[in-house]
Write a protein that binds this ligand. Structure first.
Ligand SMILES: *[C@@H]1O[C@H](CO)[C@@H](O)[C@H](O)[C@H]1NC(C)=O
Ligand SMILES: *[C@@H]1O[C@H](CO)[C@@H](O)[C@H](O)[C@H]1NC(C)=O
Ligand SMILES: *[C@@H]1O[C@H](CO)[C@@H](O)[C@H](O)[C@H]1NC(C)=O
Length: 499
């Protein structure tokens, strides 16, 4: 410990870093006991707040739920970080992660970010690691291009979305990790996106814009209790990963900002997105799995995804989008208790000839929508390809799509469903849906081509390709009753004392 430039509290021993002879230990223990009584009575009074300030010293007791608690904890300030909003902390962060990674095999470690404005470039995390942001901590994304390493394009995309050459590593990044947590007491990560949006609009990007949080090839990931502001591009991007929990995230970006998607699970298995509030310039949740021939050959689907209690405001995009990059396949998506306000569409499937793969076994129930252009949308001709080498015979299969128990008001068009000629989207089932149309809505609220399916108890009356079978058929549009493995993931209560 003496040789360490930083202090790490080991929580399986005493949370205090004292070491002395027996007599002093006894004296210390008495003081600790008195302190504990003070802390306990304070914690009783403040139990609801979940965060307790110890008045005698300036330590905090922090408590939060996590998939894993850590044995060790250290503060970012131990590594020379300065929270003035001006000093770059990229090196302090990276030193912290590098030095603390030694605790990975000894119960793991939490890196505590205190109140302050912490300017930083991209930081790469390690396994069995928790990054915790104090309520008044703000991570500010650096605008110095030298603080953003460049990565190769994702193999399932073949090229970067903004520029073919490659992509800037995300602000919070991790690859090939197990058991990593980014959380806080609603602390903030501010991407300072205007700088990047301007470059994007001006065609001045050499590489694809960074995301705010990305984990690649990782297992057991938690991203929770944070506010994400003004991302340069997508906000949260788990890719080629499994067992991912995204919980209690507030995402805010101007509704005109380019590609500021909220949460994009991409070629991931077992993902749960819960209790998120998103205002953004693109789709609030966009489920993806790679692009055309690159996605087909990579062949990694997004599957077993739960989306629960999502609120979305996005006037130019979708609440939940499936695609358009879906060339590894998208299957078994379950969305419930979804609220859309002033959003372009509710559920939107986007695909095209050349995408291949499938979108199947999609279930949505209990959704409420207010002021929408379309409640539902499906696009079989979503034009955007990585290059012109896509296979014109790679037709996507869109099958078993179920929407039920949905109410909406002030809707301009109920649905626009455009399948692919010669490749109809099939097994569409819509039940118990009441769409209140806007005063100036279209005469024919449903437009359908190249689709097959049925409806039950739906108003206004659907298109001929989705005949209404009467209210007794509501249960045909099923929602699975079984639990997914991600719902069995146990969450523990963790507590730390920290400076
Ligand atoms: C991460 O995992 C992927 C997939 O297993 C592998 O191809 C890649 O080489 C790994 N990268 C590192 C840095 O270990
Ligand atoms: C977190 O902060 C955001 C932005 O200030 C706020 O809108 C949201 O209500 C907060 N969430 C919680 C759970 O405190
Ligand atoms: C129809 O949906 C509403 C919510 O929009 C729900 O309260 C009701 O129970 C549903 N009816 C049936 C028969 O499932």
């Amino acid at each position: 410990m003496e040789s360490s430039p930083y202090s790490v509290s080991s929580l399986n021993h005493s949370p205090f870093n004292f070491c002395c002879n027996m007599q002093e230990t006894m004296k210390m223990m008495k003081i600790v006991a008195v302190l504990l009584v003070a802390v306990l009575s304070a914690s009783l009074r403040c139990a609801v707040a979940g965060r307790v300030r110890n008045l005698e010293s300036s330590t905090y007791e922090i408590k939060y739920n996590a998939i894993n608690c850590r044995t060790h904890s250290a503060s970012l300030t131990d590594f020379g970080a300065v929270g003035d909003g001006l000093t770059s902390n990229t090196k302090a962060f990276q030193d912290a992660v590098n030095q603390l990674s030694q605790f990975a095999s000894d119960g793991g470690v939490q890196l505590y970010v205190p109140a302050g404005k912490w300017l930083t470039g991209s930081i790469s995390l390690t396994s069995h690691f928790t990054l915790y942001l104090h309520r008044d901590a703000v991570l500010l994304a650096s605008q110095d291009m030298n603080e953003w390493p460049v990565l190769k394009p994702l193999p399932s995309y073949g090229r970067g979305r903004d520029a073919a050459a490659g992509r800037y590593q995300s602000l919070i990044f991790g690859t090939n990790l197990t058991d990593v947590i980014v959380t806080g007491d609603n602390g903030t990560i501010d991407g300072q996106g205007a700088f990047w949006w301007q470059k994007f609009h001006g065609g001045k990007l050499k590489y694809t814009r960074p995301y705010l949080i990305e984990f690649m090839y990782s297992d057991t990931v938690q991203i929770s209790s944070l506010t994400l502001l003004n991302s340069p591009s997508w906000n949260v991007h788990p890719v080629y990963s499994s067992n991912v929990l995204v919980q209690g995230i507030t995402i805010l970006a101007p509704v005109q900002s380019p590609n500021t998607d909220g949460i994009n699970p991409d070629s991931c298995t077992n993902v749960k997105i819960e209790d998120c509030y998103i205002v953004s310039g693109d789709d609030c949740v966009a489920v993806k799995s790679g692009w055309d021939e690159y996605g087909i050959s990579y062949g990694m689907p997004t599957q077993h995804l739960i989306i629960r209690r999502l609120t979305c405001i996005s006037p130019y995009s979708a609440t939940i989008a499936l695609g358009s990059e879906m060339s590894g396949g998208i299957g078994d998506v379950r969305a419930e208790d979804i609220t859309a306000i002033n959003t372009e569409s509710g559920i939107r499937i986007k695909t095209a000839v050349g995408r291949g793969a499938y979108v199947k076994d999609i279930y949505v129930k209990r959704m409420s929508m207010h002021t929408m252009k379309w409640a539902f949308k499906m696009d079989g001709d979503y034009k955007s390809h990585p290059d012109n080498r896509y296979d014109p015979n790679a037709l996507p299969v869109i099958q078993n799509i179920n929407y039920r128990d949905i109410v909406a008001e002030n809707v301009a068009m109920a649905a626009r469903f455009d399948g692919i000629p010669g490749d109809p989207f099939s097994g569409i089932c819509i039940a118990n849906v009441t769409l209140g149309m806007a005063a100036k809505s279209k005469k024919y609220p449903w437009t359908c081509t190249d689709i097959q399916g049925m409806t039950s108890g739906v108003s206004p009356p659907p298109c001929d390709l989705l005949p209404d079978q009467g209210v007794e058929k509501i249960s045909e549009c099923d929602f699975p009753q079984d639990n997914l493995p991600i719902d069995e993931l146990e969450v523990k209560q963790c507590a730390y004392r920290t400076g």
